[in-house]
Structures are given as C-alpha cells and as structure tokens.
Design a protein around this ligand. Structure first.
Ligand SMILES: N[C@@H](CCC(=O)N[C@@H](CS)C(=O)NCC(=O)O)C(=O)O
Length: 210
C-alpha cells in the first residue's frame, strides 16, 4: 500500500517550523527527521536537498522538495480541503503568491544575511557588523511593508499558509522585537493569533532546543 506520510527534514528553531505548522493545520501524517549541524548529518541531508539546508520535505511518493515557499505552496495545492490558499488562478491567489514570494525572497533573505553576515563579503568577519546592521534595518523595513496588508491575517479574514510563514520569520527578528511590535501593532496581533493556534503550539513544542 502506498504511504501517505510526509518526511520533514528540520532543525529546532529553523525554517522547518512553518512547514510543520502547516502540516499540523492540514492534519496530514508526517514524520520529523531532525538534522543537526554535524558534518555527517548535513552530508546525509544533501542527498535530499543538495543545498544542505532545512527545510526539505519528502513527499509521500518519495520525491524530495526544498525551498520553504515551494514546499508551503505545494502543500496548499495538495490539500485544497484545508483551505490554506485561495483557488489557483484567482486574483486572491495572485495576492497569496505575491506575499509568499515576498516572504521568501525578501524577509527570509534578511534573516540569512543577519545570521551569516560573514558569508556576504569577501573579507568575511571583518565586514560582518556593518552587513548585519544593514540586514536588520532591511528586515524591519520588509516587515513594515507586510504589516500594512495585515487584516488580521496576510490575506484578510482567512488564514493561509502565508501566516505561519510570516509568524516564524517575524519571531526571528534579531533586533528589539518588543519595540518592533509596539511600532507595528498589527504584527503583534498577528503573532498572538498564530501563537494560540493548536497547530502552532504542537509544532513549537517539537521545535525547542537545537
Ligand atoms: N531559501 C531557503 C533557505 C533555507 C535556509 O537557509 N535554512 C537555514 C535554517 S533556517 C539553514 O539550513 N541554514 C544552514 C546554513 O546555511 O548553513 C528556504 O527558504 O528554504
């Protein structure tokens, strides 16, 4: 009998959190495969995801998929009954794709630039401080932009896969998160709404530690 179970490759406090929340929201069966930063575990992960990063999702038919936005968008298509995205081809779906790609290519990018600033210069650590400062400023600017759209969710009244994604990325903000929430109250309300959901609670329990 064919399996209907997903395998989610993740690491505590990493991008696998949003995918796990969405799998929980859907109610799809999945197993977590925790990958540490140990070189042998990262080498094994490269068999699934050649970039050596998490998250990666192995679909029930055995196909591995990487890139968080692609995984999340795929899950909304594979499980339409969960209603985590508007129907494909509609204007509302165009808006959904816009924010998914914005989160992936802008917000997630600033997470990585602020977490690994030494990778963004040929002089490594020597430039890390300035690169990180600029990344944190860009991070806040991107969150400010999406804040303007929140009502209370990214797409309005209905939760979508963009919401756990935004929730995860906002929580990682490396500046003063309390000050950011005070300045962007709809972002604080969004975090509160998402934090209370049973799917988030369950995924966050699994995602503690490193
Ligand atoms: N564009 C990728 C980024 C994934 C990514 O950078 N993941 C981080 C964890 S949040 C990672 O694995 N970092 C390890 C490294 O860069 O060495 C995605 O959206 O899935």
């Amino acid at each position: 009998m064919a399996s209907n179970t997903y395998n989610l490759y993740g690491r505590a406090n990493s991008g696998s959190l949003a995918v796990q929340i969405v799998l929980e929201e859907i109610g799809a069966p999945y197993e977590m495969v925790w990958v540490s930063r140990a070189p042998e575990e990262v080498a094994a992960l490269r068999q699934i995801n050649p970039t050596g990063k998490v998250p990666a999702l192995v679909l029930p038919d055995g196909t591995p998929v990487f890139e968080s936005a692609a995984i999340l968008i795929h899950l909304t298509h594979a499980h339409p009954a969960a209603n985590l995205a508007p129907p494909a081809g509609t204007t509302a779906h165009a808006r959904f794709l816009q924010w998914m790609l914005f989160l992936s290519s802008n917000v997630y990018e600033t997470v990585l630039r602020s977490s690994y600033p030494e990778r963004y210069s040929t002089i490594g650590q020597a430039a890390a401080n300035e690169i990180k400062q600029q990344a944190v400023a860009d991070y806040a600017r991107h969150l400010e932009l999406i804040h303007g759209a929140l009502s209370p969710y990214v797409l309005g009244e209905t939760l979508s896969a963009a919401d756990p994604y935004l929730y995860m990325l906002t929580a990682w903000y490396p500046g003063d998160l309390a000050a950011l929430h005070a300045r962007l109250p709809k972002l604080a309300q969004h975090a509160e709404l998402l934090h209370r959901r049973a799917a988030t609670v369950k995924a966050e329990q699994a995602h503690t530690g490193d």
